[in-house]
Design a protein around this ligand. Structure first.
Ligand SMILES: [Zn+2]
Length: 92
């Protein structure tokens, strides 16, 4: 492999991280929606964690909030968050 090729690959990897991490962070921040369910506005509940430290947040309104016909108002919502900054102040 020539020197230029390995430099090009390294630059590519750096660019991938420089662009990929902020994008993933932003999409998680959007999914987390400041701890509110995008469907019904309920506060999301921390349900579970995986071994890599990701957190599963779920909407409790799926079971508790019903419309006048007795149908759940919220179709249910959940998201996995892996970036600590996204849900830091919501974890207790
Ligand atoms: Zn909801």
């Amino acid at each position: 492999m020539s020197t230029y090729a390995s430099i090009a690959i390294m630059v590519g990897i750096v660019l991938l991280f420089a662009i990929g991490i902020p994008l993933a962070y932003r999409s998680e921040k959007k999914a987390f929606n400041n701890g509110k369910c995008p469907h019904c506005g309920s506060d999301l509940k921390w349900e579970d964690s995986d071994s890599q430290g990701g957190r599963l947040w779920m909407c409790p309104g799926h079971y508790t909030i019903k419309d006048k016909y007795g149908k759940p108002l919220c179709p249910g919502y959940s998201c996995w968050i892996s970036y600590g900054r996204v849900d830091k102040k919501f974890r207790k």
